[in-house]
Design a protein around this ligand. Structure first.
Ligand SMILES: Nc1ncnc2c1ncn2[C@@H]1O[C@H](COP(=O)(O)OP(=O)(O)OP(=O)(O)O)[C@@H](O)[C@H]1O
Length: 290
């Protein structure tokens, strides 16, 4: 697990949180995040209460993205320089790399992974990095090939986000290849030769993704989305032409949330499937850690 890095990002309060009088209970200090238990603010010193007023957690990277005027503000570019550049470096060395955003609904996963037109996120920046001629990731001499696929897992079903309207809703099967490992049967692969083609595919897939309004978030992603870049480099091995294939999986998970009995049935089914899959992901990661 030495190659696993964990970053945490603090976003600004949203309009609803500000209107409800919400206050930030989180501070960032280099690699430390401090969380103040605001419920204990009125507690008198010496009171018999075992709860901690301040909890500290350490991460590989902590980003404070609350106020752009703040000297410690972490922009999309800064996040890319830490995380995106190491994804590109890993892929250029021939490794498979996975970057995923995890967090409760409305916490800023899609903003970090995809961004907005004014403030683009990690995935389009990684696409730019792959094709940027000044970068060592691509030597601009056609010795590498880039193929893209984009799927979502919605209600435990896998769907291709880059198929035409009609086929889009067919659910695909996940299979295991004895050598290549798990793969999605019939998932469309799209060869791209420049950054614009890659970003067009990303935007097409985002437009096809399932979103819905929830109490916490007006455009909540209701599916897990996996944007996969297959990066094949022609190399010379023992003077013989060969290829290294790296996969970059960029994952924007759906957010965990509390089940609200007032939601309609669709929202509740989605929510329980989202929570179930996130719990399973947690089990898988801790099993890998062991
Ligand atoms: N670092 C940030 N700076 C400014 N705005 C942010 C930031 N992070 C998130 N936001 C805003 O907060 C809102 C929720 O963010 P986002 O859509 O990324 O949440 P999410 O975690 O993907 O939610 P869900 O799981 O429900 O899809 C959006 O309006 C987004 O623009």
């Amino acid at each position: 697990m030495a190659n696993v890095k964990v970053a945490v990002r603090v976003r600004p309060l949203n309009a609803r949180e500000s209107a409800d009088g919400g206050k930030l209970a989180v501070q960032v200090d280099d690699k430390l995040v401090r969380i103040r238990n605001v419920k204990l603010d009125g507690r008198s010193e010496g009171a018999v209460d075992s709860r901690e007023k301040l909890l500290e957690f350490c991460f590989d990277y902590c980003y404070w993205s609350v106020e752009s005027a703040d000297p410690h503000y972490a922009s999309q570019e800064e996040v890319f320089q830490d995380l995106g550049v190491s994804v590109l470096a890993g892929a250029s060395e021939g490794y498979n790399v996975c970057l995923f955003a995890y967090g409760q609904t409305g916490s800023g996963k899609t903003y970090t992974m995809m961004g907005t037109p004014e403030s683009i996120g990690l995935t389009p920046r990684i696409c730019q990095g792959l094709f940027c001629p000044e970068d060592s990731f691509s030597d601009g001499q056609n010795s590498s090939r880039v193929e893209i696929s984009f799927l979502e897992i919605y209600n435990e079903r896998v769907r291709d986000l880059l198929r035409g309207e009609q086929k889009k809703r067919t659910s695909l099967r996940v299979r295991e290849h004895p050598e290549k490992g798990p793969y999605v049967e019939d998932l469309s692969q799209h060869m791209v030769t420049d950054c614009k083609q890659a970003i067009d595919l990303l935007e097409e897939g985002i437009a096809n993704r399932m979103t819905a309004a929830t109490h916490n978030h007006d455009t909540s992603s209701r599916s897990h989305a996996i944007f996969t870049i297959q990066y094949t480099q022609a190399i010379l091995e023992n003077n013989l032409p060969s290829e290294t294939v790296s996969k970059i999986n960029l994952v924007d998970l759906a957010g965990s949330e509390r089940a609200d009995p007032q939601y309609c049935r669709d929202r509740l089914t989605e929510g329980s499937n989202i929570n179930k899959s996130l719990v399973t992901l947690g089990i898988v990661i801790s099993a890998l850690g062991k």
